[in-house]
Design a binder for this molecule. Structure first.
Ligand code: NAD
Length: 494
């Protein structure tokens, strides 16, 4: 069993209360590690350290090019530690090792990309209406940032927040999910190795209701970047109002995947599976809401069902495994309940719908890959985020109906569609009200492309240039090179 600490002001420490918690492998519930379970007091210590590092420490004098070099060092360390990081991620989350390796490649890319941006875009000259003057726009780091992560992509989500914040010159206090802290602890060790000064990178472990809430409420925190569910998101919005801190929220999704009759059939079937079953459907962008046009509907559902029935469940460490377990007993119960709701609402269960019977899987939180057909837009199983391996299929007739149905959701994170008609591609991509629209593909993210949601899927964007700007304030500096008195006041005009 690993024994780890948290990182405050450049020192590895226990929780001040002495409390600890244990993390376990969702495949077999074996204990992986014992870590400190911090509370508000620990969060306050980390915020104070970050405040000091940002306001008075050497960090404020570190230039953009040097910040870029440090991020590049971190990227190199992630590449060096790729296999160990991937194994930690798989043990903590249950996802397949292949997926975790893919995630780690993504993490290295994120650090590399923001390393490249750190020495660019620090300011620009803008036009001024005053003769003999200069107007400068400066982009400055926003300050101390609280970064709160979910359990589904622990390190990838941490890197989406760490890299732009450090590129901008912010000081950060990270709080990973209490269920999956291990890879974030490891990246903090690597940040220490990369040479960040004390207080710049802090890691506090513990529950959202105390550590997370303290970050959101603190008057000394300038920004919160949060990825997680709507319930915690709403609490953070309220808590953040005390000092009007900036918020970037990446929340849930219910993401449509539309297959038109003219699509490449085999590609669309394959991608319909990729859309849903990565990490057992525990992805904010999972395309669990499949919509298939009338003319190919029955054939498509049949082809999909045949492949879903063959998905191999197992230990994420086993190369033969295609899908691992859900994250926890509580989450498994929630997914099971949604399957029951689907049945009660009249959706037709074609595959799965229950826990597997295989004796080897009984210690894990497994749920069978599940296909419901004959679904309608009014069903809860179609409208609500299940966050599990359940795909629902609706039938539609024509482009207008597809767009209307797809947009009929309170979420707006991502959508995908499959067609070979170039004119339709333009029309539908523009008509869909989602932060990301994939055409003839699904679940593609990369460092250069902004990620975030319309509507209740959040506010702000991560990744891309825009993801760096989230961590910057814009300052206008106006200098008059030939100032003259105005003489408006005090009788100077005679
Ligand atoms: P969650 O909201 O339960 O927890 C997320 C984080 O918030 C955890 O670190 C938790 O400890 C913390 N937290 C909980 N209550 C808090 C509070 N009151 N104040 C401050 N922090 C608090 O979410 P989860 O179950 O870990 O993750 C699943 C959710 O995350 C899903 O809804 C999923 O869609 C969403 N998600 C969104 C994206 C995206 O990019 N939009 C990516 C991944 C996950």
């Amino acid at each position: 069993m690993l024994r780890k600490k948290m990182y405050i002001d450049g020192t590895w420490v226990e929780a001040r209360s002495g409390k600890t918690s244990r993390t376990s492998n969702p495949f077999d519930q074996s204990i992986l590690a014992e870590v400190p379970s911090g509370d508000r007091e620990d969060a306050r210590a980390a915020i104070t350290a970050a405040r000091r590092a940002f306001d008075h420490g050497p960090w404020s004098g570190v230039t953009g090019p040097e910040r870029g070099r440090m991020l590049q060092r971190l990227a190199d360390l992630v590449v060096r530690e790729r296999e160990d990081l991937a194994r930690l991620e798989t043990l903590d989350t249950g996802k397949t090792l292949e997926e975790s390796r893919w995630d780690m490649d993504g993490v290295a890319e994120i650090f590399r990309y923001y390393a490249g941006l750190a020495d660019k875009d620090e300011g620009e000259v803008i036009a001024s209406p005053v003769a003999s003057s200069t107007s400068l726009l400066l982009r400055e780091p926003i300050g101390v940032c609280g970064q709160i992560m979910p359990w589904n992509y622990p390190l990838l989500q941490a890197s989406w927040k760490m890299a732009p914040a450090l590129a901008a010159g912010c000081a950060i206090v990270m709080k990973p999910s209490e269920i999956t802290p291990l890879s974030t602890i490891r990246i903090t060790e690597l940040a220490e190795e990369a040479g960040y000064p004390p207080g710049v990178v802090n890691l506090v472990l513990g529950p959202g209701r105390s550590v997370g809430a303290e970050l959101a409420e603190s008057l000394d925190v300038d920004m919160i970047s949060f990825t997680g569910g709507a319930v915690a998101g709403r609490k953070i919005v309220m808590a953040a109002s005390g000092n009007m801190k900036k918020l970037a929220l990446e929340l849930g999704g219910k993401n449509p995947n539309i297959v038109f009759a003219d699509a490449d059939f085999d590609l669309a079937v394959d991608q319909a599976l990729n859309a849903v079953f990565f990490h057992a459907g525990q992805i904010c962008s999972a395309g669990t809401r499949l919509m298939v046009e009338d003319a190919i509907h029955d054939e498509f559902v049949e082809a999909l069902a045949a492949r879903i029935a063959r998905i191999r469940l197992g230990d994420g460490m086993d190369p033969a495994t295609e899908m691992g377990p859900l994250i926890s007993a509580g989450h498994l119960a929630k997914v099971e309940e949604y399957a029951a709701i689907g049945r009660a609402e009249g959706a037709k269960l074609l595959v799965g719908g229950k826990r597997p019977e295989d004796a080897a899987l009984q210690d894990g939180f497994f749920f069978e890959p599940t296909l419901f057909a004959q679904c309608t837009a009014a069903m809860r199983i179609v409208r609500e985020e299940v966050f599990g391996p359940i795909i629902t299929v609706e039938r539609f007739a024509g482009e207008k109906e597809a767009v209307r149905l797809a947009n009929d959701t309170e979420y707006g994170l991502s959508a995908g569609f499959f067609t070979r008609d170039p004119d339709r591609i333009h029309r539908v991509a523009r008509a869909l009200r989602f932060g990301t629209v994939w055409v003839n593909d699904f679940n593609v993210y990369f460092a250069q492309a902004p990620w975030g949601g319309y509507k209740q899927s959040g506010m702000g964007r991560e990744l891309g240039r825009i993801g760096l700007e989230e961590y910057q304030e814009v300052k206008h500096v106006f200098q008059n090179h030939d100032p003259k008195p105005l003489g408006w006041f005090g009788g100077a005009r005679g």
